[in-house]
Design a protein around this ligand. Structure first.
Ligand code: NAD
Ligand code: GLY
Length: 359
């Protein structure tokens, strides 16, 4: 087992990465301070992993809430089901919530923990590649609003993150690819040697080679932990983790939550950010081609949704959280392996990118 630390002073916590960690009965005990645990999961994951997860907390009062599966249920109405379960089972302020699932479950459980009785502990047990390399680390929690994704939320760090790579055995191929999009992101924003490694080893990741997956997860989490440790609440550098996300969120909102996977939308969004970066002469067209190729090798989409126009993109991007003082700020590539947040581009250049990549 590998252990990384997210270094946030008194809110520091470990990320455990390895095989078969869901069968490790002593791993999480030090991270539970009370006698009550509420495991939050969904209808897909419960039959696969809930019984194992429950055993990790044996000796405690372990309750569960099983939500419907899907991004479309990541909202206040379904968040309330977690509070219903906590209150009806009389969970007190020392309870620990456990997120067993992908990013939807992790974000919702984290937000429930941030707000239940003004804040209780929680543990992340991410079961998708995307949640293992991104959403379970860093403390961003929340739900969607009809007018914007992740618009209601809080920063709330978990007590620990348990990444059992074996849980990926049951993950569908398109969900694996969506996670690989975020893995590629780390290479592009801050770790060019990792991007080079990914170019060579993509077929191993596609085939769920355990060693390659553990290396990719560990390197991704280490990169994320480093960025989060510098800027926990996204006052500055943390925004680079959103490469491709402003374009991607527009795609997700346009298509309706859940119709394009988050990672798929981020993949196309990263290519759009790369195209704009090349128009600024920050990277070369050969770099853009490299990015397109690695996304295709990972079985990710590189074309915007049919019928989604440049105008539609612009209207949706205007409500993104990254808009400051009415000026659109985007994460772009200053160089391969170096992302920056900037509004230093002409509207005509953004238009050119949107026109080039929409249809
Ligand atoms: P998800 O949570 O919807 O999971 C994807 C699908 O895989 C679901 O159907 C789920 O039930 C299923 N699943 C999960 N684990 C499985 C397993 N081991 N075997 C079989 N099926 C399994 O999607 P996701 O990609 O994990 O997360 C996307 C969400 O994460 C979005 O809501 C996004 O906004 C959020 N996110 C948050 C952050 C953050 O920093 N908090 C970062 C990135 C993404
Ligand atoms: N996924 C972006 C962040 O955690 O900041």
């Amino acid at each position: 087992m590998k252990t990384l630390t997210v270094d946030l002073g008194e809110r520091s916590y470990p990320i455990f990465i390895g095989q078969d960690l869901l069968n490790d009965l002593s791993l999480v005990a030090p991270y539970v301070k009370g006698k009550q645990v509420m495991i939050v999961t969904n209808e897909t994951i419960a039959p696969l992993y809930l019984e194992k997860a429950k055993k990790m907390f044996s000796g405690l009062q372990v309750d569960e809430v099983i939500l419907p599966d899907g991004e479309e249920f990541k909202n206040l109405e379904h968040l309330n089901l977690i509070f219903d379960a906590l209150l009806s089972k009389r969970h007190n302020r020392t309870t620990t919530l456990v997120a067993l699932g992908g990013g939807v479950i992790g974000d919702m459980t984290g937000f429930a923990a941030a707000s239940y009785q003004r804040g209780v502990d929680f543990i992340q047990i991410p079961t998708t590649l995307l949640s293992q390399v991104d959403s379970s680390v860093g403390g961003k929690t929340g739900v969607n609003h009809a007018l914007g994704k992740n618009m209601i939320g809080a920063f709330h760090q978990p007590n620990c993150v348990v990444i059992d790579v074996n849980s990926l055995n049951t993950l569908p191929a398109n969900e694996l690819a969506a996670g690989v999009a975020e893995v590629i992101k780390y290479g592009l924003i801050c770790d060019l040697p990792f991007f080079d490694w990914l170019e060579v080893n993509m077929s191993k990741l596609n085939a769920k080679d355990t060693e390659a997956l553990i290396y990719a997860i560990e390197t991704s989490c280490a990169n994320k932990a480093k960025v989060v440790a510098q800027d926990e609440k996204e006052g500055g550098i943390r925004a680079i983790l959103n490469l491709g996300h402003t374009f991607g969120h527009a795609i997700e909102t346009d298509q309706g939550y859940g119709n394009w996977l988050h990672g798929e939308a981020v993949a196309t969004g990263m290519l759009m950010a790369a195209d704009l970066s090349a128009r600024l002469d920050w990277i070369d067209q050969t770099d853009v081609d490299r990015i397109e190729k690695i996304l295709l090798d990972a079985h990710l989409p590189v074309k915007c949704p049919e019928g989604m126009t440049a105008e539609r993109f612009k209207s949706l991007m205007a409500v993104d959280k990254k808009v400051l003082d009415g000026k659109l700020r985007l994460v772009l590539l200053r160089a391969m392996g170096e992302a920056v947040t900037t509004s230093d581009f002409a509207l005509e250049q953004l238009d050119a990118t949107l026109k080039h990549l929409t249809n």
